[in-house]
Design a protein. Structure first.
Length: 272
């Protein structure tokens, strides 16, 4: 599998575009049809016989759903200035977006919700998250920056409390692999290698599938004497023009049974 370093080491934009086309498993003809250009033109661009215009770089990148971060790098390789800003999370220009993120997180209470960046580092959370982390044995895993996937599967993290650990581990690694295919991010490649190497032991028999299991992979988490069951959804900004904003996501947890819903309401009452 090629990573981001391999892709961005190419010497001209045509090679970069070809790498992304191959990563997306698209033929030249397929991409040419998607972009509305001739296959001959695309062939000239990829071979370096024709230097693409700024608009052509953006058109081909959009047709392949290339991440904004990588679109900037292709533009630079073609001799153009980046089209997409990349601001720090504390930049005043991002404040409306970050306020929106916190509003969504707080509005999801009493159910847990977190905001993550492209490497699954937690950047914000609502107050319903903290009680779920009480069983984490290694306090270092909770020191910022907290990587949510590492925290989930680490033997001294949440893993010992995940009842369906084998199923959840498979889900996490498959999701991470999909993200690597989409982004070619070397840090995610390293994270995947790390997580896959963690030893894991089932704490008991895997729970039998329930109705909720038929629509999404559940997370069964043991907390004190309760067994909580969640499904998750991911929310992203629909039309970002900033690299940082495009890489933010909100992971929301929803109870799959009345016991979990009641437990979360009781926790919220205690916190309030």
């Amino acid at each position: 599998m090629q990573d981001e370093n391999t892709i961005t080491s190419k010497s001209h934009p045509g090679e970069l575009l070809k790498e992304w086309r191959e990563r997306r498993r698209m033929s030249q003809l397929h991409l040419a049809l998607e972009a509305g250009i001739s296959q001959r033109h695309l062939s000239f661009v990829e071979s370096g016989r024709s230097n693409p215009s700024r608009d052509m770089v953006l058109l081909l990148s959009e047709s392949m759903s290339v991440p904004l971060r990588q679109r900037n790098r292709i533009l630079l390789a073609a001799g153009y200035a980046p089209s997409f800003s990349e601001r720090d999370l504390g930049d005043p220009a991002l404040k409306p977006a970050m306020d929106a993120v916190q509003t969504v997180l707080d509005g999801h209470t009493p159910n847990p919700a977190i905001a993550i960046d492209r490497h699954w580092t937690m950047i914000a959370a609502n107050q319903a998250i903290a009680p779920l982390l009480q069983g984490v044995a290694n306090a270092e895993l909770l020191k910022p920056p907290v990587n949510v996937l590492r925290l989930s599967l680490h033997p001294e993290g949440l893993a010992p409390n995940i009842v369906n650990l084998a199923l959840w581990r498979t889900h996490v690694l498959e999701r991470l692999s999909h993200l690597i295919d989409q982004t070619a991010d070397p840090q995610l490649v390293a994270l995947e290698t790390e997580l896959a190497a963690y030893p894991f032991r089932r704490s008991g028999p895997e729970p039998k599938p329930r109705a909720a299991d038929m629509i999404a992979v559940p997370l069964h988490l043991r907390l004190a004497e309760a067994e909580l069951s969640f499904i998750t959804t991911t929310t992203v900004f629909g039309t970002p023009l900033d690299v940082t904003l495009s890489e933010l996501a909100i992971e929301s947890f929803f109870p799959t049974d009345a016991t979990t819903a009641a437990f979360l309401r009781q926790l919220q009452d205690r916190i309030s």
